[in-house]
Design a protein around this ligand. Sequence first.
Ligand code: C2E
Ligand code: MG
Ligand code: MG
Ligand code: MG
Length: 284
Amino acid sequence: RAKDAGRNSFAFYDSTLTEKAEQRLRIESDIERALEEKQFSLYYQPQVCLRENRVIGVESLIRWQHPELGEIMPSEFIPIAEQSGQIEQIGLWVLSSAVEQIIEWSNEGINFNRVAVNVSGLQLQKESFMKTLDSLLREHNSLYDKLEIEVTETFLMKSADSALNKLERLKDRGLHISIDDFGTGYSSLSYLKKLPITNLKIDMSFVKGLPGNKDDVEICKAIVGLAKAMNLEVIAEGIETEEQFVMLRALGCDFGQGYLISKPLTQNSAREFLLSESKRRSCF
Ligand code: C2E
Ligand code: MG
Ligand code: MG
Ligand code: MG
């Protein structure tokens, strides 16, 4: 499965300022064509229940196979698309592709609890996103159970009340909503309490230091405690070692994902993974 991981990713770091500006313009103008010519795809990273080490679902992660530049990672083009406004179109494509995948796997009788979709906070502001989400949920009732929305803490804080109210209503009807990269934003606890969420995702920067770094241990412990106190599910991202897995499980963290369990997989590899996982019970 290692071959599914991102290689040859296109990086801006080495280039001069003008080159950077040119590449930026190029990315921006190529996104239009990428959408038309289906150069985007979704990869899926498995998420497991730490207690039983059983797969519960996957997080979808966008990939761009550019005909000349090769694979471009989302950290390179999502920020550009957010600035240019193209995130609206990309986001709608991501949402409908993930929904198609949920329906396809469900029809195939594949066992999974949910598929998480990353949503840029800017999308939440757009009427188009909420409308599409609403109508998809109305069309496919089972989605309330299967679809999960991931939004970052900072973006949730910046979102308009109207968007938050809509999310609240969807949450009340069973939709899972996660705060991604939790612990890296600045939300106050009183504000957090008001947000329409069901899950906290511990940012991988805190997982990295486990089990040796005392601060990271305390932070993870605190986030798990906070989640429990607020009746939220908690998932850790970026689990790369068995020690991290074991410690997070001992801290009471519900779920986890990371290279230890699996890298993000292509659609077909993810299907195989889910199929074989329903037979496998425990790996360590
Ligand atoms: P994220 O949602 O926090 O996703 C986690 C990132 O960590 C992913 O990077 C994933 O491939 C990577 N990762 C997973 N396990 C490990 C691990 O064990 N170690 C390490 N070092 N990394 C791990 P990716 O796919 O490059 O995505 C980066 C970010 O781009 C995402 O962060 C998310 O904010 C954004 N993104 C990805 N797909 C989408 C999308 O469809 N829509 C939007 N709006 N944003 C997306
Ligand atoms: Mg995410
Ligand atoms: Mg994250
Ligand atoms: Mg992130």
